[in-house]
Design a protein around this ligand. Structure first.
Ligand SMILES: [Zn+2]
Length: 404
């Protein structure tokens, strides 16, 4: 497709501006959200993204989440018609999805997909697109992948007027089609991302624009959401568990609700349904509980740490004290005799040293004289003692035992 000249572009933009101006003039009229179209991506022969272990695929995950969301809306808002582009595992051409929405005069269109990256499992998180031209190459890659579904359709060249999913030129059309609903589409996309951010897949990749064919021909606010990455182990766990899918559907439901409220608030303020209020309250309570739990955990952890620190400190202190005490309690003496029996005070062997004390070691009684606090002090006296006891020598005693 040939790119339009600057002049043509200017004319088209002018036309679009006057069109949206006209729409803006209708503001203040109370609007009701009466019909939403849920569009689970892919289906049938088109599996969408597939997990590394080949056990899980996009078409199954998105159908399950879409049904959970649809059930919630039908249960709580019987006045809102929920239309599915597919409710079973069938192949639906992209153009037909928009046709279904237009035919039902839907007020909102939500296409649900799952993301994937080749080569790395690091990419994760949620993102939601409204129609526009891609500004980054990764957005182009994604829209290219989602659009390439048409290659599976028989007569795609005529049906999509020569659109080639792989050619960047084909996408120029999207920058011209910034339609009258882009503001509301972006609003809905933002609400979805805000809700997703509450978890379980918290990482918010933002609201973006890209040229998705499925959004091109819808005549109502429409977004395409990517629930998470099938190529990331954590995201995959959430996307494939019952509980994870419930929660993702719940986030989409809350976003739908906020969008509906916002839309209908225009003039006639309808009270939020008690049920919804209650459920949203529960959600918030659960989140706050989780947060408090985390805080308390951290607090208790640091408290325990302090306690352990204090205990260890006390222990070490005691040990050091004990050691110091023990070291201080070593005393020095001069051994004069070692004999096989206890001697009487006046025994001749003691040579009149009736004050001599002894330490028993096995069968031996080791008699000693004096008490010195240092070895040097004992050595000073040794000479004198040796005059009486030739073989006398210095010993040290701790706790009643000779220390060697
Ligand atoms: Zn997809």
């Amino acid at each position: 497709m040939k790119a339009p000249t600057k002049y043509k572009l200017f004319l088209i933009l002018l036309l679009l501006f006057s069109f949206s101006y006209e729409l803006m003039g209708q503001e203040g009229v109370s609007v009701k959200l009466k019909c939403i179209v849920l569009d689970p991506g892919h289906g049938g022969k088109d599996y969408g993204c597939i997990s590394r272990d080949k056990k899980y695929n996009e078409k199954t995950i998105v159908l399950s989440v879409a049904k959970k969301l649809g059930n919630m809306i039908e249960k709580n808002h019987p006045d809102v018609k929920v239309v599915y582009t597919r409710k079973t595992d069938v192949f639906i051409p992209l153009a037909q999805r928009a046709e279904i929405a237009n035919k039902n005069k839907a007020d909102l269109f939500l296409s649900i997909h799952v993301n994937s990256t080749a080569g790395t499992s690091a990419a994760h998180g949620t993102e939601t697109f409204t129609m526009g031209n891609h500004v980054s190459s990764s957005n182009f890659e994604l829209s290219k992948r989602e659009n390439s579904v048409i290659l599976m359709e028989d007569d795609y060249t005529t049906k999509y007027e020569g659109f080639n999913p792989d050619s960047p030129e084909s996408y120029i059309i999207f920058s011209l089609l910034q339609n009258a609903y882009s503001e509301q589409s972006i609003k809905f996309a933002q609400l979805i991302q805000e809700q997703f951010h509450l978890g379980p897949i918290k990482y918010n990749r933002g609201v973006k624009q890209a040229g998705f064919l499925v959004l091109k021909n819808t005549t109502m606010p429409s977004v395409l959401t990517e629930l998470g990455f099938i190529s990331n182990p954590d995201d995959l766990k959430t996307l494939t568990s019952e509980n994870g899918q419930d929660k993702m559907a719940r986030r989409l439901y809350d976003a739908f609700l906020l969008y509906k409220q916002d839309l209908e608030d225009n003039g006639s303020k309808e009270e939020m349904k008690e049920d919804d209020k209650e459920e949203m309250k529960e959600d918030v309570q659960e989140e706050v509980k989780e947060e408090i739990k985390e805080d308390v955990k951290a607090e208790v952890k640091s408290e325990i740490k302090e306690n352990v620190k204090e205990n260890v400190k006390e222990n070490i202190k005691e040990n050091v004290k004990e050691e110091i005490k023990e070291v201080a309690e070593v005393t020095y003496h001069i051994q004069i005799l070692s004999v096989g029996k206890q001697l009487k005070r006046n025994a001749p062997d003691l040579k009149g040293e009736s004050g001599a004390q002894f330490v028993q070691e096995g069968r031996l009684y080791k008699y000693y004289l004096g008490k010195y606090s240092t070895r040097e002090a004992a050595v000073k006296d040794l000479e004198r003692v040796r005059r009486k006891f030739k073989g006398a020598f210095v010993i040290s005693i701790r706790d009643g035992q000779i220390v060697r």
